[in-house]
Design a protein around this ligand. Structure first.
Ligand code: ADP
Ligand code: ZN
Length: 215
């Protein structure tokens, strides 16, 4: 099962992807996480990506596409995968379609988590991330057991650099300009499923599972 998660930053793609991973045993591949790991490790890729990310801009396509296509060749992707945060532009989507076509392969589902910008801005203000392992929390909706401390690794929980309110606005602008056109792209391919992201985690997951079980 090969799944793409679409939707604005902060719509909950990562949270849903993690649940799908647990249920179906396929890896969730988040390009944002890959970049953040590279920044933390001080790699060349991380150095190149950081400036774009902190400003709320997209990292250039050429730094993203090969990275993802290579990742999909690894053994753990044989049964399928969930892509979270990729593709994010039409050229990225075309590169993915082409790369898969070469192996007689293709995406099975594109899930769009649909949410209004205002709801996203509100939600992002409460989003926190663990400095140690990258686990995400929300001060109201998904609080850690102990305030400020990660349940998984005991690390410190902080606001992500690019979750500052001004940067969130910029990321939403970038989303509407560069990523939202993918909704039509996948609709034309007959792969699009729209999920109402305002319903809350459990209702959303039920809708997602209904879609994934339908094929
Ligand atoms: P969110 O979904 O909350 O926006 P991500 O963790 O997916 O957060 O992405 C964080 C940042 O990483 C993006 O704002 C962008 O700068 C960069 N990034 C992640 N994936 C891509 C991609 N496919 N193409 C370009 N930039 C990306
Ligand atoms: Zn942690």
């Amino acid at each position: 099962m090969k799944i793409i998660m679409l939707g604005a930053p902060g719509a909950g793609k990562g949270t849903y992807a993690k649940q799908i991973t647990q249920k179906y045993g396929i890896p969730a591949i988040s390009t944002g996480d890959i970049f953040r790991e590279n920044i933390k490790a001080g790699t060349e890729l991380g150095k190149k990506a950081k400036g774009y990310m902190d400003a709320g801009n997209l990292v250039p396509d050429e730094l993203v596409c090969d990275l993802v296509v290579d990742r999909l060749k690894q053994d753990d992707c044989k049964k399928g995968y969930i892509l979270d945060g990729f593709p994010r532009t039409i050229p990225q989507a075309e590169a993915l379609t082409e790369a898969l076509k070469k192996q007689d392969d293709g995406i099975d589902f594109a899930l769009e988590i649909n949410m209004a910008d205002e709801a996203i801005i509100e939600r992002m203000a409460g989003r926190r991330v663990c400095k140690g392992c990258g686990a995400t929390y929300h001060i109201v909706n998904i609080p850690p057991k102990k305030e400020g401390i990660c349940d998984e690794c005991g690390g410190e929980i902080v606001l992500r650099d690019d979750d500052a309110p001004e940067t969130v606005k910029k990321r939403l602008e970038v989303y509407h300009e560069q990523t939202a056109p993918l909704i039509e792209y996948y609709d034309k391919l007959g792969l699009l499923n729209v999920i109402d992201g305002s319903k809350g985690l459990e209702a959303c997951m039920a809708d997602i599972y209904a879609v994934l079980e339908s094929k």
